[in-house]
Design a protein around this ligand. Structure first.
Ligand code: ADP
Length: 348
């Protein structure tokens, strides 16, 4: 086919829910690229659509071109990026070596710039996590994997199909969802709904995704917006600060129960309107008298760092700071200043 005429396909470097990724070489000039073969029409269409809108932004992955093969499969030719933020965090954690604040700030600024580019173009990524933040050998961080992205065209976005898909890949492997810890109760209608979703999905996805899911999604919201990415961002920043996931839930109910034990109960006093979330009355938790607070999750971190995470990890989506607001936060203009990109250590 056309692509074979232009690229040499080399070894496979990764595979995910719907995609296989290969290293490739452009025959005309030897440029090394990533060839991402996507086997699902929806997901291919979404990724192409979103990436086309986002070309030219330094913190979003470059798509050189793409090919459709028959009606279902697409191959995206992407810039080849050697590593990702999950590896940066894992390496630092392995050596028990916190990331110095100047480096932390530079990673954060790059993530915020990428998310700001998405959000300005009304692209909701929906799957932000360290392994989807790819890094070049020069330390440039790029947002990747737009297979779950949506472009919000109208305000009052309400896309119910969308929600089903979004939750089903996460719930899919989750047979433990129905074994709740003592703290939570769940009615049979909820369990049935989850079973239906399980039947729809016959693939596996990174279970880690759940850890970055906003509470409104965990409560079944269908009218969510860009704020779900901001919650994920808060979880990623906390992980950069502590080298541990903030809310490593083992099932969706456990995910919510971890959030509640830190932030306290979700009720109308913290988020006006939350009781109208589809699953609000279905999933109920016993009263948490003394929530731990975000600061308890960030031991030994400065008040500024705690404040930054708090601006993102809060129940009311409307109260989460936008990427643009955070880019202008004084935290990034205070000592220790962010190091230049060239001084960021990039794992081999
Ligand atoms: P999925 O949506 O299936 O998770 P990803 O886009 O995350 O697909 O890709 C799966 C894996 O392939 C990634 O974890 C990464 O290891 C590798 N990969 C993806 N894109 C690139 C790229 N541009 N350069 C190098 N490796 C990549």
């Amino acid at each position: 086919s056309e692509i074979i005429a232009k690229y040499e396909v080399m070894e496979r470097v990764g595979s995910g829910a719907y995609a296989d990724v290969y290293r490739g070489r452009r025959l005309s000039d030897g440029l090394i690229v990533a060839l991402k073969e996507i086997h699902d029409y929806q997901s291919a269409f979404r990724e192409i659509d979103a990436l086309q809108l986002l070309q030219g932004f330094p913190n979003v992955i470059v798509m050189h071109e793409y090919f459709w093969r028959d009606d279902e499969d697409a191959v995206l030719v992407l810039e080849f990026l050697r590593t990702d933020l999950a590896t940066v965090i894992a390496d630092a954690a392995k050596d028990n070596r916190p990331i110095p604040p100047g480096q932390l700030k530079r990673w954060m600024i790059q993530i915020l710039s990428g998310v700001d580019a998405c959000h300005r173009n009304m692209v909701l990524h929906r799957d932000l996590k360290p392994s989807n933040l790819l890094i070049s050998e020069n330390g440039l961080l790029k947002i990747a994997d737009f297979g779950q992205a949506r472009i919000l065209t109208e305000p009052g976005f309400d896309d119910s199909n969308n929600h089903e898909e979004y939750s089903r890949d996460i719930d899919n492997e989750d047979t433990s969802t129905n074994t709740h810890d003592g703290n939570a109760t769940c009615t049979t209608s909820d369990i049935n709904r989850e079973d239906e979703e399980n039947e729809l999905g016959c693939f596996t996805s990174c279970v880690g995704t759940r850890w970055f899911r906003a509470p409104e999604l965990l409560y079944g919201s269908r009218g969510y917006g860009l704020e779900v990415d901001l919650w994920s961002l808060g979880c990623i920043f906390a992980e950069l600060l502590t080298l541990q996931p903030l809310f490593p839930g083992t099932a969706d109910i456990d995910q919510l129960s971890r959030i509640i034990s830190v932030l306290g109960n979700l009720d109308e006093s913290v988020w006006v309107g939350c009781s109208k979330l589809p699953d609000y009355g279905i999933i109920s938790f016993s009263k948490v008298e003394n929530p731990a607070g975000i600061e308890a999750c960030l031991p030994n971190r400065s008040p500024d760092e705690v404040a930054l995470v708090k601006k993102l990890v809060c129940y009311d989506p409307a109260k989460r700071a936008t990427a643009m607001e955070l880019l202008n936060d004084k935290y990034f203009n205070e000592e220790p200043l962010p190091v230049p990109i060239s001084e960021l250590p990039v794992p081999l």
